[in-house]
Design a protein around this ligand. Sequence first.
Ligand code: ASP
Length: 442
Amino acid sequence: MGIKVAKFGGSSVADGIQLTKMKNIIEADPARRYIVVSAPGKRFDSDNKITDLLYLCKTHIDHNLPYDQIFQVVADRFMAVEINLGIDVDLTKYFDEIRDNLRKNPSADYIASRGEYLSAILTSAFLGYDFVDTTGLIQFDSKGRLKTEETNQALKAELANHERAVLPGFYGSDPEGNVKTFSRGGSDITGALVARAVEAEVYENWTDVSGFLIADPRIVKNPKQIDVISYKELRELSYMGASVLHEDAIYPARVNNIPINIRNTNDPDDPGTMITDGVREAGCEESERVVTGIAGSKDFTVVALYKNMMSSEKGFVRRILGILDDYDINFEHLPSGIDTVSVVMSNKSIEGQLDEVLDAFQSRLQPDSIDVIQDIALIATVGQRMDRRPGTCAKLFAALADAKVNVRMIDQGSSEMNIIVGVENQDFEKAIHAIYNAFIGE
Ligand code: ASP
């Protein structure tokens, strides 16, 4: 029987009720042998995430302010779960150890990681699984970069000794043995690393939504769910702002071709979204949809450079990139025509530097004209099957024209998996509606 790795996010371990749902899910399938947990998240809207409270302790320590009450809130939440579920792991022993360390003003990473640490200790006792700490297994170099291969080997070797185990998400350690965390939401990465190490047949990521939606539900009412999405499509959508999974969680699963299944702890019968390149291997039906997802964000600036005979001037684009590099500006897209190149940047990345950069373009590139278009929203319409369907662009632009949306910029990569349009910020929602209705239906 294959192995399944199941990662449960903050809302899935937020209290005793959620942990009981988690246990039922795990016990329903004996293949779920390795479990990765986040720190408890919010139980209701105005609640606090344990990780946020722990970072708050660190801020208080750094400012010489009392932090005991904040830590007590953290301790009380874990205690309540311990009592509620009738487990006995002597949590006070762990709290004392953490309190001792807090007095020595440890790193923010150490403090933040204790949420996952305590969560995994509690969960392992509740499930009757071994607790396997990730310090020393998930390895970072002295610059804070993950040592992927060493981590894979260390996890493989350790997990071979455990038939069933719970591991804390979010952290590992540096070469000196100090705790080091991933960026926020990083338990997803831990889950993917464990899935890779045990060569899992699937990496299940249990959260509070049933997977990815085709469009943002704040814009489109009740959008349909994405059943299957390829890693590449997901990358394009995440880049444009759709977020359910930490983007660094994709690589470790992808190198070993492990499908990632986003599932809902509150609705375990929903098959969720399957992220995979091998649709058939994962036992999914190939979807007929041309468009897999639509995502976007507002607030971009487009600088359009026009110069007669630009196309025959060597090094023009290289010089543009050199200027951006000098000002440490990241660009998002670089659509070009015969004698034009446009640089698309987020407003944030160019903030406070626009005039200087325009001066540099003017003096170092000597274009015939420079146009600046501000407050542009970018919308990506993503679908791997687009390349095989003539008329996709026609349908998209007809829908935008019908909705009276003025398209200010178009960029389609040669992979033909993604059509990006730039529209005015104020047309953003209208444009997403139009595209959704044209491809997916009302
Ligand atoms: N607890 C951490 C956070 O809130 C990591 C995680 O849940 O993935 O970011």
